[in-house]
Design a protein around this ligand. Structure first.
Ligand code: ATR
Length: 288
């Protein structure tokens, strides 16, 4: 895509490490072009020890904002002037807006998840949900689900991390039932037997480990479950294939990626995001 960068170009950066495989530059630059906005989205690989310098530099360089990705989503919070209340609760930032020389941290992952879930035809109100993983992505997912009256069980390999998540969120959402358990084949089987939705927030099954799944090979997949896999590369993960083979409904992670991006796009530009353009650009880059 030809870029016309001049003195008035509004710059947005992607801060992560590594970031070569990110779909976000293609997705956002296509969206800027579709709306004829003089914005440019640039990948900025930043190793952990230089994160503070990089964040301060955004202001000095006149960036209008940035996305923040693995491994900086939590650490970045200490370098910002403000974070929104939901970002504080989630404990992870994925978008920064530079406003009146202040660095403001946002989390748009939770909105991205809710929009993608609804686009997938699932209404979480009153439902039972099993969430696999207890990292930053899981916190955004549980925060999103807790907007509805839900029963959530968080299963995690490291049980203490799931316990911490539940302890942090329970006082904020007294209408929801939040429980944590160790992630084992037994807890997975028992908890999903009664659940409506299974959400995978772990990276298991992500390219290049495409033959892996958080669902054990020797456990029958319950056909009644809807599965949301946050992994978007590959588009259909082994977990989604297992679900499909059992007649269960599956939702891939691309929608959440696009919708968290759309929410950030709207913060930076003040314009409605061209979601279809973003889907097309992300899918095209993924297939490449
Ligand atoms: P993110 O910001 O994407 O959530 P993260 O904070 O590193 O990334 O969290 C990754 C989550 O996936 C964690 O819950 C992790 O479990 P631990 O807390 O035990 O580390 C989980 N995870 C990663 N690899 C896993 C694996 N092979 N099996 C099960 N869980 C895994």
């Amino acid at each position: 895509m030809p870029l016309n960068i001049n003195g008035q170009t509004n710059l947005v950066g992607l801060i992560g490490y590594p970031i070569e495989h990110s779909l976000s530059p293609a997705m956002h630059n296509s969206a800027f072009a579709a709306l004829n906005l003089n914005f440019c989205y640039v990948p900025l690989p930043v190793p952990p020890e230089r994160l503070g310098e990089a964040i301060t530099g955004l202001r000095a360089l006149g960036f209008v904002g940035a996305n923040v990705t693995v491994p900086h989503k939590e650490a970045v919070m200490s370098y910002l002037d403000e974070v929104t209340p939901e970002t504080q609760a989630i404990g992870a930032v994925n978008a920064i807006v530079v406003r009146e020389d202040k660095l403001i941290g946002y989390n748009t992952d939770w909105q991205g998840f809710l929009t993608a879930l609804s686009e997938g035809g699932f209404d979480p109100q009153g439902k039972r949900v099993v969430v696999l993983g207890a990292g930053g992505a899981a916190r955004a997912v549980v925060y999103a689900l807790a907007q509805a009256r839900v029963q959530v069980t968080v299963l995690n390999r490291t049980p203490a991390r799931a316990q911490a998540l539940v302890q942090d969120f329970s006082p904020l959402f007294p209408r929801c039932s939040l429980v944590s358990l160790p992630f084992t084949p037994q807890t997975l089987e028992v908890q999903t037997a009664e659940a409506h939705l299974l959400v995978n927030t772990t990276p298991v099954g992500m390219w290049p480990e495409v033959d892996q799944s958080p669902w054990p090979e020797d456990l029958a997949f319950p056909g009644h479950l809807t599965v949301f896999d946050l992994v978007y590369n590959p588009g259909e993960t082994k977990l989604l294939r297992q679900a499909r083979a059992a007649g269960a409904k599956g939702i891939g992670g691309l929608g959440m990626l696009v919708h968290q991006g759309a929410a950030a796009f709207e913060l930076w530009t003040g314009e409605k995001a061209p979601v279809e353009t973003m889907y097309e650009a992300a899918s095209r880059t993924l297939r490449r």
